[in-house]
Design a protein around this ligand. Sequence first.
Ligand SMILES: Cc1cc2nc3c(=O)[nH]c(=O)nc-3n(C[C@H](O)[C@H](O)[C@H](O)COP(=O)(O)OP(=O)(O)OC[C@H]3O[C@@H](n4cnc5c(N)ncnc54)[C@H](O)[C@@H]3O)c2cc1C
Ligand code: SF4
Length: 327
Amino acid sequence: MKSFAYVDAANEQEAIAALGTQRGRILPIAGGMDLVGLMKDYVAQPDRVVNVKRLDRTIAATPDGGLRIGAAATLIELVEHAGAARAYPALVQAAAEVGTPQIRHAGTVGGNVAQRPRCWYFRNEEFQCLKKGGPRCFAVDGENQLHAIFGDGPCHIVHASSLAVPILAYGGTFRVAGPSGERDVAAADFFQMPDENLMGENVLRPNELVTHVTLPPPGRVRSATCEIRFKQSHDWPLALATAILTMSGETVRGARIVMGAVAPVPWRAQAAEAALTGQAVTEATAGAAADAAVRDAKPMSGNAYKVQIARTAVKRAILKAAGLPTV
Ligand SMILES: Cc1cc2nc3c(=O)[nH]c(=O)nc-3n(C[C@H](O)[C@H](O)[C@H](O)COP(=O)(O)OP(=O)(O)OC[C@H]3O[C@@H](n4cnc5c(N)ncnc54)[C@H](O)[C@@H]3O)c2cc1C
Ligand code: SF4
């Protein structure tokens, strides 16, 4: 690992003041679950890291009945928060599936949504791919089993954050703070496709931090997240999906369905939402919505199998949200 300076910021203001404008030179570090690995592999080589674990970590109801989560809250604090579990089960289910108990105790909500891609070419210092300023994406003709099945490149990563999926589905907002003040960015505008931002995955400038995630009042919805992994122990999902259903009796009046691990950003499945709206949830209607969710998938040479896995994640998330058996 390259040597680096460490700034132990006491609060948000100190952390922002210690960041800089040059991409990659000064980086925030929270739990370090992602960043330390990147530094050990010489993929990230910051001159300085700034401890952001003393940003706000409270998880509290907002006056309008929503939820505000401090970026420094750990994943386990989110999992164990009774109010979050009651009102936003799809978020807590996603957090509970992340990594291992150790990772959930150290990893933070802010670090989770800002974590870098897991693409093995990106993580290997020998490969200067497009995302690192090189000439091409090695996944196109290479090992792309875990890459995107949606989006047209030019980089084919899948977004690594499980929390990003329910945050988008619930209509969440990120509070972003930097030297010129703060702004609220809707999750739908926060994550960016490679053709908008090849070097990063979101709208954060190098001297900005995520300080909070705010979720609007959930309303009378049923929601769930379903994740499918290669192995049951610590692993990232092959696909996951969050389904949020607004019901009128037994009929779905509105739906929000978002898939994860299938595209460079959390991927909203509007065709599935339309297919489900006006229907009662049954295995057949959930399956039809799941078919619609993956209809426009464009798998790469080695990952066509992910289309069926994403379809299954969507179907199970819908059934789980409706309180029906998933198998
Ligand atoms: C074996 C393993 C399995 C895993 N499985 C999953 C999984 O299934 N799903 C999943 O989502 N994740 C998974 N992870 C990733 C893990 O959840 C994240 O690495 C962790 O949540 C990151 O949080 P952190 O606080 O440790 O972030 P750090 O490693 O400290 O930071 C991560 C990145 O975010 C930046 N950053 C940190 N805080 C902020 C902030 N407040 N504002 C702006 N930028 C910030 C850092 O500069 C860095 O680039 C897994 C990790 C491992 C090692
Ligand atoms: S998918 Fe993106 S990160 Fe991976 S090799 Fe291609 S350009 Fe690089």
